[in-house]
Write a protein that binds this ligand. Structure first.
Ligand SMILES: *Cc1c(COP(=O)(O)O)cnc(C)c1O
Length: 580
């Protein structure tokens, strides 16, 4: 290995050096973003169906919302992501969830081709197309190729996943240069985007910056946003995989050596390497930032700055409700809560709430018009119907089965009011455990003559259904095992759209006290189920009592509008990254 001699510093031709020296001197970033130096956001997943990119869940919804909020706030912003030429949809066939694949062409969604670039993998040059779509001060810069596959195709730790991650990192960094941009900051939305930081480090060193200075510089300008709780659960790659996919893309042997030193027993955990290259680190709710258990390579516990996720109000709040918030002085021009917003919430009478719900119900019916339930029936709800919903990815810790602990009890709660329960959520492909759980739920439902027609499973959960349920149902149910939800954003859509929230005290919900919503607690799952049933009864009676309804909805909003606001989130990031 040949390293440049220590005294070799041809730094004057590197523009970054000014920032670097200032940063070293003041120990922080010294300037904000500009059109040529945007805030860059790296993500393997974005969920933005209007722009042709369908993600898998919350991580992607967050990415799309962050860009939209940046657009509204006028923050120069570039989101760098793959464009997957194929996307998966789920349909229910003979009671079984089946994956269907749909081809997607970026040109149909207003992206245009910029140029092709190359990365190296397995002794080949792999060609990647760079495509772009601009939205005022922001843009989506995507890399794609016909064999890129689907989001999360291939197991975590597989060659294909590493190929996608390397393509995004090294390819995305070249794409940024291609359109003449330098990152003011690189926000890594989870460790799958780690290679973007490697591309930058490699670029600085091969342009002549001293290796150690380049590491310091890259660290100061990289933010690692963690959404996971347990480091041990994360993907690892072998040295042999790195030799095929990663090392050929590094020009600097010093960078390669740095990376090679991060292997433990021949395997590298991306989170461990990401922690080393990102001095800025955030978690996605107060609770998550506190409990995320990560250690750096030296074995020290990693601290995460709590920046709770938010949602783009313009995307997720029904326009009539948003208009009300703005006219009443509850939200400001960026859709962040005003200083005295709780006072103005008193304008939200039960009459208004019911009026908004009736409007929302029409949007829900529209979302359901093309999606039959498990009985093949197209649902249509009237203003007087009462709806509970549970809408989230089918994963163990979210516990979709908990409300079915005692089917007789569930029936006894729903039946007197003629209430419905809508269940929707994507199954992870090949997740047999959760497929079995869904089967069991559907069997319980089919065996009861009331539940059969009043509990509905809707397949292919997506943004449109998420929106329809947020605006059109009465009560949203959120039951993660406490400590396992990093933040969650679907409950935010519910609170902002005037649904009562029944939830365990977890993720972003725990940013405020448990007295602010219909809390479910308990020592055991059975206790939690009993508490859930009590809360469901309470929710039904609250909707029948004007005073109670107003009181509960206003209390939820007073506690959570600041949490839910995407503008608040982006301001928190900007303060953390560029503030004093
Ligand atoms: C909002 C949303 C999510 C986020 O769900 P959480 O369970 O709260 O993380 C996932 N998928 C879709 C389609 C969404 O609209």
């Amino acid at each position: 290995m040949t390293q440049e001699p220590y005294f070799y510093h041809p730094l004057e031709n590197i523009e970054d050096i000014d920032d670097f020296e200032a940063a070293v001197e003041r120990r922080k970033l010294t300037h904000g973003v500009s059109p040529e130096r945007p805030y860059t956001y790296w993500t393997l997943e974005i969920y933005d169906q209007k722009n042709g990119i369908r993600g898998g869940g919350g991580l992607g919804v967050l990415a799309a919302d962050t860009r939209r909020v940046a657009e509204q706030m006028g923050v120069p912003f570039a989101l760098v992501t793959p464009f997957y030429p194929s996307e998966s949809h789920q349909v229910l066939e003979d009671g079984k969830v089946v994956d269907k694949h749909v081809e997607v062409n970026y040109r149909d969604f207003g992206f245009h081709f910029i140029d092709s670039i190359f990365i190296k993998c397995c002794n080949n040059l792999c060609r990647l197309d760079v495509i772009e779509k601009k939205f005022r001060n922001t843009r989506i810069l995507a890399i794609t190729e016909p064999n890129f596959g689907e989001l999360y195709s291939g197991m975590s730790g597989s060659d294909h996943r590493l190929y996608q991650e390397v393509s995004l990192g090294f390819g995305g960094y070249q794409a940024l240069k291609l359109v003449g941009l330098k990152p003011a900051i690189m926000q890594l939305n989870e460790v799958a985007t780690f290679f973007a930081a490697m591309a930058r480090l490699d670029e600085l060193v091969s342009n002549g910056m001293d290796f150690y200075e380049a590491v310091v510089y890259t660290r100061k300008h990289t933010l690692y946003t963690n959404h996971t709780l347990v480091q041990a659960a994360e993907a690892e790659f072998s040295r042999e995989q790195f030799e095929r996919f990663v090392y050929p893309n590094l020009k600097s042997s010093a960078v390669r050596k740095w990376l090679d030193d991060k292997f433990v027993n021949g395997r590298l955990r991306l989170s461990a390497a990401t922690i080393e290259i990102a001095e800025l680190r955030s978690g996605v709710s107060k609770l998550h930032a506190r409990v995320a258990n990560y250690r750096d390579i030296a074995g020290n516990k990693v601290k995460f700055k709590a920046i709770t996720n938010g949602i783009d109000m313009k995307t997720w709040v029904m326009p009539e409700i948003l208009d009300f918030y703005e006219k009443q002085g509850i939200l400001d021009g960026f859709d962040a809560p005003t200083a005295d917003f709780p006072e103005f919430l008193t304008a939200l009478s039960s009459e208004k709430i019911r009026e908004f719900k009736a409007m929302g119900r029409r949007a829900l019916n529209e979302a359901l018009a093309s999606r039959p339930d498990q009985n093949g029936k197209i649902l249509e709800f009237s203003d007087n119907d009462f709806i509970f919903d549970f809408k989230r990815r089918f994963v163990d810790y979210k516990r979709p089965e908990l409300p079915f602990t005692d089917p007789k009890k569930l029936r006894a709660i729903l039946k007197p009011r003629g209430a419905h329960y809508i269940l929707t959520g994507r199954l992870c492909t090949g997740d047999c455990r959760m497929t079995e759980k869904l089967d069991r739920i559907l069997k319980i439902v089919a065996e009861d003559d009331y539940l059969r027609d009043h509990v509905h499973y809707i397949a292919d959960y997506d943004e449109k259904l998420a929106y329809g349920l947020s605006v059109g149902s009465n009560v949203a149910i959120n039951l993660p095992i406490v400590g396992l939800e990093a933040c969650g954003t679907s409950w935010m859509k519910d609170v902002a759209n005037l649904n009562l929230l029944i939830s365990t005290h977890d993720g972003g919900v725990a940013d405020a006290g448990r007295e602010n919503y219909l809390n479910v607690s308990g020592e055991t799952e059975d206790e939690e189920a009993l508490e859930l049933y009590r809360r469901m009864e309470e929710a039904i009676s609250a909707w029948e009592n004007d005073f109670e309804l107003e009181f509960l909805i206003q209390k939820q909003l007073a506690a959570y509008l600041p949490v839910v606001s995407g503008a608040r989130m982006l301001k928190d990031y900007l303060d953390y990254l560029f503030g004093v």
